[in-house]
Design a protein around this ligand. Structure first.
Ligand SMILES: *[C@@H]1O[C@H](CO)[C@@H](O)[C@H](O)[C@H]1NC(C)=O
Ligand SMILES: *[C@@H]1O[C@H](CO)[C@@H](O)[C@H](O)[C@H]1NC(C)=O
Length: 353
């Protein structure tokens, strides 16, 4: 027999469960959040697959070349169920003992660089860390190097993202309050590699090499295998000693360079050698993030306008737009591309643009 007090207890329990159910249904109503178990803000803000429709809108159907001839660079539009199946980094198995044809030379493809590449891929890795793969919803922020990060106090906001992508040799030491100190991935090329990678990164940061020329593969090989360094062929002296664990090095799939050029900037990927226009590492990082993440926020993008020619283009050093001349980057076209992505809601900006 159930005693009266037991009934009371059961009734209380039912009431509590009822309130909890009601609460969980109405949790979106932020007004009540302080009273009960607050739902972590993170979950409420991230929608799985949020970027996917925007990605197909921006990058559309890709050329058939991707689908058949070069299976490792599979497009989202073909066999894959989602953009998450996109191989982000190059793997040895696609180059070792197999002749994987690529339509373009670097930086838009790997044609002609296969031999260099195989030797690099043999000692580096390609996997996406479990800490990112296991996330139900990936919130990413791409931190640009622009002056708008100065005094932004965005450091703690940036640190809260699941994936923080940084560019080139942008420092964090001394700028933590404005740019944070978490670095999940850093995109770089030899000339933009930081001379002291340990100081400006975390112990588990992935170093993602963006190759512009075959020599870039050669550079990383000489570093990792401690071979004779190459001196010529770089527009700026890259580090001769660079202490990074090879397991943390990734080679970015040139697919992202190609689609950023073709789809965001309308650049031809078949260009005469002397022209060689290409996207900046920043635009490339946004492109990568749109394929890797469910939510993409950006910060520190944008260059000073024409009236402020003397203003620095970086938050950490005094260099002006003049230094971009001859770099093969089209600053105004990139601004148009980023504006378009902001307007269609593909990315959200934490700073002004
Ligand atoms: C940032 O703040 C410091 C100190 O408050 C100030 O001296 C400096 O001018 C500010 N820099 C910018 C770019 O606003
Ligand atoms: C970032 O800085 C905070 C505060 O100084 C520190 O506790 C934390 O370990 C740092 N995080 C990383 C990833 O370096």
């Amino acid at each position: 027999m159930i005693s009266k007090s037991r009934w009371k207890l059961l009734a209380m329990l039912a009431l509590v469960l009822g309130v909890m159910a009601w609460y969980s249904i109405s949790w979106e109503d932020r007004y009540f959040q302080p009273f009960y178990f607050p739902i972590p803000e993170k979950k409420a803000l991230c929608l799985q697959g949020e970027t996917e429709p925007k990605v197909s809108q921006l990058f559309g159907k890709l050329s058939p070349w991707h689908e058949e001839a070069f299976s490792p660079l599979r497009p989202l539009s073909s066999l894959c169920s989602s953009s998450r199946d996109q191989p982000f980094f190059l793997q040895l198995k696609d180059y070792f003992w197999v002749n994987t044809p690529s339509a373009y030379e670097l930086p838009f493809g790997t044609k002609g660089s296969e031999n260099h590449l195989v030797r690099v891929l043999a000692i580096t890795s390609y996997s996406i860390p479990e800490s990112i793969r296991s996330l139900k919803c990936r919130r990413c922020v791409v931190v640009g190097n622009g002056p708008r990060l100065r005094n932004s106090s965005l450091g703690s906001t940036i640190n809260k993202y699941d994936v923080v992508i940084r560019l080139n040799n942008a420092p964090v030491a001394g700028y933590e309050g404005d740019v944070g100190n978490k670095t999940t991935m850093r995109l770089f090329y030899p000339e933009s590699a930081h001379f002291d990678p340990q100081v400006e990164n975390n112990p588990d940061t992935l170093f993602v090499l963006v190759a512009f020329k075959a020599l870039d593969f050669h550079w990383i090989e000489t570093i990792l295998r401690d071979k004779k360094r190459v001196g010529k062929g770089f527009w700026k002296q890259p580090p001769l000693i660079w202490k990074v664990n090879p397991e943390q090095i990734r080679i970015l799939n040139p697919f992202f360079m190609e689609v950023a050029a073709e789809k965001l900037l309308n650049l031809p990927v078949q260009q005469p050698r002397r022209l060689k226009q290409k996207p900046t590492t920043g635009l490339l990082a946004i492109t990568l993030a749109l394929h890797l993440c469910d939510q993409v926020h950006i910060a520190g993008f944008g260059y000073p306008d024409a009236f402020h020619k003397r203003q620095s283009i970086h938050y950490y050093e005094q260099i002006t737009l003049k230094s971009m001349a001859g770099s093969g980057h089209n600053v105004s076209q990139e601004a148009v591309a980023i504006k378009r992505m902001l307007e269609m809601g593909a990315v959200k900006n934490l700073t002004s643009f």
